[in-house]
Design a protein around this ligand. Sequence first.
Ligand SMILES: C[S@@+](CC[C@H](N)C(=O)[O-])C[C@H]1O[C@@H](n2cnc3c(N)ncnc32)[C@H](O)[C@@H]1O
Length: 278
Amino acid sequence: MGDGWHQQPAGRPALPENYFQKPSPARMWNYLQGGKDNYPLDRSAGDAMAAAQPDSFYLARQARRFLSRAVRSVAVEAGVRQFLDLGCGLPAPRGLDNVHEVAQSAHPDARVVYVDNDRVVLAHAEALLTPLTPAGRCAYIEADVHDVRPILVRAGETLDFTRPIGVIMIGILGHVADFDEALGLVDEVMGAASAGSCLVVGDGVDDDSAMRQGIARRNESGIAPYHLRTVEQFQSYFRGLELLRPGIVPVTLWRPEPTEVGAARPVPSSAGVARKAA
Ligand SMILES: C[S@@+](CC[C@H](N)C(=O)[O-])C[C@H]1O[C@@H](n2cnc3c(N)ncnc32)[C@H](O)[C@@H]1O
């Protein structure tokens, strides 16, 4: 285990009894992103989604590329050196980045706290999400975002909440069934963050019938359900914050990098990055 990791208490609880009998959101997303840390049940759930929404594989990888561009912008442009990644998922498959890799490339002393409620994500993270630089730190918290207060307390062991923090929420708010609760979660985290902090959100939106069908097929697989939001609901996650350019756009169109062939195409997943003013 790398330096800087918080040890979980000895005698970590065993995996839930039915852990491998249902698809997991983290493993299914890993499959769609082109990873190998998944099982047939996860691949079936991903394939069911992709049968209805063929852009599912493209969307999953592009959401992760948005993460890289957003973290780089927040680190370089806004000068943020600490990040809280809620619903971090399994370590990124080859060709995609983890938050600390981008953040510590920009600032070698950057600190990153990863949070997820999937025990297998924890095991992989401890092994693989180790600091890129001697001065950098990574920590992992196994927790459910529905109860965010204790997460903020534990994150405070690694992050200094009196200084700006980059809060990453990609593919997580749709796992909170009640929209008002999801909104309250964003408010609570950004309320605890200092001026100059940035919020990065990416999530599926319900403006596409294939996406609606894809998520319905996914949810029928027995996996923890995901809830699409309207574009207006997505916009309200940023209330009271200053949106960075280009505002709220499909994940593929948030400051896209040049492609060798063609151009990035829109997908039914929205992205936005905003800053908390002084
Ligand atoms: C769609 S994946 C996104 C992973 C990563 N953020 C990315 O963009 O590649 C959603 C992640 O949220 C995690 N998750 C779902 N519900 C959660 C909850 N209630 N608390 C914490 N993590 C949760 C899942 O385990 C999964 O790793």
